[in-house]
Design a protein around this ligand. Structure first.
Ligand code: EPU
Length: 371
């Protein structure tokens, strides 16, 4: 076992062994002491650590970058296995449009995500650039189909290799078997399969994917659907995310979050019409809620907008937790515990429900803590 647990950027390093505070391993800076923390730096030790806990019937938490979890302050029994596996390898096929060559880049689950994006852009490979500045580890990205600025990993993932904890077998799941949807996949909400590596199909092109997200289109000064250099998109996305406190920065307390705390609600057409009427009623006939296509007969609105318009101000604090002062969808910890954060989240969700009749659903994974 290595001697030092790699810290979350900006947080102090923790020693492996008993009673390591999980607060040092999560971007929220919240979490009680773990009974035992193990660091897996290669796939064999990852599989062994998991199999060992499962054989002994010990509770197990597999943790990547700690950027999408709300962990209770109570002592956590059993093992925490930190996925710190590294390595990338490339192959090529002719699966691009019109038989164009593509690079199939396979990335170990523990590789820090933003470094993967930066390397792809530097290597002239397109398809990940809009996912710049997202914290966390690569293995977490397929689980909730990480997405931002008009791109999601489902656009480029061709396969995910997983360890099936029930059988001990390693299996390769093709994209079609992963059930990707908005912030969702078949891997979400269960812990019987652990991601070992992820294969992305990337286009050999200095140009990024066509720009579609309004805010990004405006920021690069392109026309919607236009293609601009991937490096330019990466820079623009990093700047936009920083402005929203969505890039980890130890000197910025607004970044002590789990990113978006709630998913954006998706409503069927009838429910959306009722929602529009309720908005008009409450805020006046000229106010239109944001709406985006979300598949046949369904539309998505913005949780950040709902929170704002329900009357919550940026920076609104409650005990040791606060809404980010840069974005209403990020809930941050201001030295409090999981209970403070959850109380704030309930206050926000309750306010939105009362104002607009829409239930917000948390995006992070809850460990010990309850929603
Ligand atoms: N808005 C407000 N108040 C705010 C912020 C935003 O009213 O304080 C409204 C604006 O109308 C804005 C709209 O909300 O146009 C949408 O805001 P934004 O563009 O920031 O996107 P989002 O829907 O809040 C989603 C993802 C983010 C991703 C961004 C950019 C979800 C749950 N969140 O946020 O992903 O970075 O789009 O693509 O889908 C994450 O999942 O953790 C995450 C950060």
């Amino acid at each position: 076992m290595p001697d030092v647990v790699p810290p979350v950027p900006g947080l102090p390093a923790a020693r492996p062994g008993p009673a390591i505070p999980l607060a040092t391993l999560t971007t929220l800076g919240i979490g009680g002491p773990a009974e035992r923390v193990l660091v897996a730096r290669d796939e064999a030790s990852l599989i062994e650590a998991i199999a060992d806990a499962d054989r002994a019937g010990r509770p197990l938490l597999v943790l990547g970058g700690g950027s999408n979890v709300v962990v209770s302050d109570d002592p956590l029994p059993g093992d925490v296995v930190l996925v710190r596996t590294r390595g990338t390898h490339d192959a090529e096929d002719a699966g691009g449009p019109g038989g164009a060559p593509r690079v199939l880049r396979t990335v170990a689950a523990g590789e820090p995500w933003d470094a993967v994006v930066a390397a792809a852009v530097a290597d002239g490979l397109a398809g990940l650039e809009c996912l710049s500045g997202i914290p966390g580890a690569t293995g977490a990205t397929p689980i909730q189909n990480v997405g931002a600025y008009g791109q999601e990993v489902a656009d480029t993932i061709v396969a995910v290799r997983v360890l099936d904890r029930r059988t001990g077998e390693v299996a390769t799941l093709p994209a079609e078997a992963l059930g990707f949807a908005y912030r969702d996949s078949v891997l979400k909400g269960r812990d019987d399969r652990v991601v070992l590596d992820v294969t992305f199909a990337l286009e050999r092109s200095g140009l990024g994917a066509p720009v579609r997200y309004g805010e990004l289109v405006r920021s690069v000064g392109a026309a919607a659907g236009e293609r601009v250099p991937a490096a330019q998109l990466r820079d623009a996305v990093l700047a936009l995310r920083r402005g929203k406190g969505m890039v980890l920065d130890p000197s910025d307390p607004d970044t002590r979050s789990a990113g978006s705390f709630f998913t954006n609600p998706i409503l069927d057409d009838d429910a959306f019409a009722a929602f529009r009427a309720r908005v008009a009623d409450r805020l006046g006939p000229d106010v239109q809620p944001p709406e985006y296509e979300a598949g046949p007969g369904r539309r998505k609105t913005s949780a950040a907008w709902l929170i704002d318009r329900a009357g919550f101000e940026k920076g609104h604090a409650r005990d040791g937790a606060a809404i980010s002062s840069k974005h209403t969808l990020a809930l941050t910890s201001r030295g409090g515990d999981a209970a403070d954060l959850v109380a704030l989240a309930r206050e926000v969700a309750g306010g939105v429900e009362r104002a607009f009749g829409i239930a917000l659903h948390p995006e992070p994974v809850f460990v010990g803590a309850r929603w």
